[in-house]
Design a protein around this ligand. Structure first.
Ligand code: PLP
Length: 417
């Protein structure tokens, strides 16, 4: 069995847990930076390639700052996400605003900081014109509907997805935006999630390049940026392989040279807004086993719960588990690894074969660097954990404290009871 590695030794982790207390998410700064370099290298042939990190994946400004230092922008879809991007010093087109069902105040904020707005619907042209004004550069989110094979269980078939505009609306939309004074145009799509087959993204690029050519031919509108969205998957299971970024970059280059160059659209900027693949594999939820329960099945109860990581409970998603210090022990015990919510789906793993776990053991849940802490919630009065950054020099920094009961009660005025 392939092993998933940890960026700390058993002793180091014991020390971190001793100092900060469990549970916590910890992110590996060095690995995040190296991963970003791989992505940028794969697309270094594109003039002005830009990855905009989908803030929703890990909305922590310390993480955004690490990414910004590497030249990564932000992809936001809410007012707080725009403010987070602004607080780490991102401005203008480093920020893309790919929202849907967007409130007016969020458009106003996006305009104020000069973010590139990706319109999710044709009716938002008038809405934006009225509420915030049409900017010089603007983009549309394209939904290819049934034209596009694929889709998967997380995002669904694009025909059933609420996002983006139809093919007919794309042409109508750019013409309308141009008549309202827009001068520079982007084109965006995001139709897949957690996909490990690089050919999906190559085909998405082909579809988008063809559309940009058609827009130029039909309307005389030159698309200057194509945003391929996010959705690059990560190997949650030990036997899975990460997406080969070099292959992806090379294949998209071939399509670019075939479609963009001969049609006079070169140089075309290519953007992405990946979240999961940027930070996902480099975050770990560390919890302590506090109970062992043996009834019809055997349970290990952790001091973490769904409030800290929802994906297994909500999607049945696999997250690999390592019992710290027992990496070499045989996985001879079948456990359900649970949290403490009064919800039977509050389980990090079901029927997982693991080494024998004793109370007090540190249990490391892998691949929590994206959509982990971020999806946390307070159901059952459970509080979200702290977040730690394992810095490149091996030191550890607290980048978000754990919630307290005061936080939980902050929205209630007990004095008026
Ligand atoms: C969630 C999301 C992303 C990022 O998706 P990942 O699967 O994390 O790469 C990018 N763009 C939009 C509009 C999104 O909603």
């Amino acid at each position: 069995m392939v092993q998933k590695k940890l960026p700390f030794t058993t002793e180091e982790l014991a020390r971190i847990a001793q100092q900060y207390g469990t549970p916590f998410h910890i992110y590996d700064e060095k690995a995040i930076r190296e991963n970003v370099h791989r992505l940028q290298k794969a697309f270094s042939w594109v003039k002005g390639f830009k990855e905009h990190f989908a803030v929703k994946a890990t909305p922590n400004p310390y993480i955004l700052k690490v990414l910004a230092e590497e030249g990564i922008g932000a992809d936001c879809s809410s007012l707080p996400e725009l403010i987070l991007a602004e607080k780490v010093g991102l401005r203008g087109e480093d920020i893309v605003f790919t929202s849907n069902d967007t409130p007016a105040e969020e458009y106003r904020k996006a305009r104020e900081i000069g973010a590139l707005i990706n319109l999710d619907d044709i009716t938002h042209i008038d809405f934006l014109a009225r509420e915030a004004g049409i900017p010089e550069k603007i983009s549309f989110r394209y939904n290819p509907g049934s034209l596009r094979q694929g889709g998967n269980t997380i995002i669904g078939n694009p025909e059933h997805a609420k996002y983006g505009v139809t093919r007919a609306q794309i042409f109508e939309g750019y013409a309308a935006l141009r008549s309202l004074g827009a001068q520079r145009f982007g084109l965006h799509t995001m139709i897949i999630s957690n996909e490990l087959d690089p050919d999906y993204f190559v085909e998405t690029a082909r579809m988008m390049f063809e559309l940009a050519v058609e827009i130029k031919q039909k309307l005389g509108v030159r698309i200057e940026t194509i945003n391929l969205g996010g959705g690059i998957g990560i190997p949650y299971r030990p036997e899975q392989e990460p997406v080969n970024l070099e292959y992806l970059g090379d294949k998209i280059r071939e399509v670019y040279e075939k479609l963009i160059v001969p049609n006079g659209l070169d140089p075309m900027r290519i953007a992405m807004e990946c979240g999961r693949m940027i930070t996902g594999p480099y975050g770990y939820l560390v919890a302590r086993a506090i109970h062992k329960k043996e009834i019809y099945k055997n349970y290990i109860g952790l001091d973490a719960c769904m409030a800290n990581l929802m994906r297994p409970g909500v999607y049945g998603a696999y997250h690999h588990i390592t019992v710290s210090g027992k990496e070499q022990a045989a996985p001879e015990h079948r456990y359900d690894v649970t949290g403490s919510l009064c919800e039977n789906n509050d389980k990090f793993a079901v029927d997982r074969m693991l080494p024998k776990i004793d109370t007090g053991d540190l249990v490391v849940i892998h691949d929590t660097g994206a959509h982990g802490h971020a999806m946390g919630f307070n159901y059952n009065g459970k509080l979200r954990s702290k977040e730690l950054l394992l810095k490149a020099d091996g030191s550890v920094k607290l980048i978000r404290r754990a919630e307290t009961m005061d936080d939980y009660f902050a929205t209630i005025d007990f004095a008026n009871l």
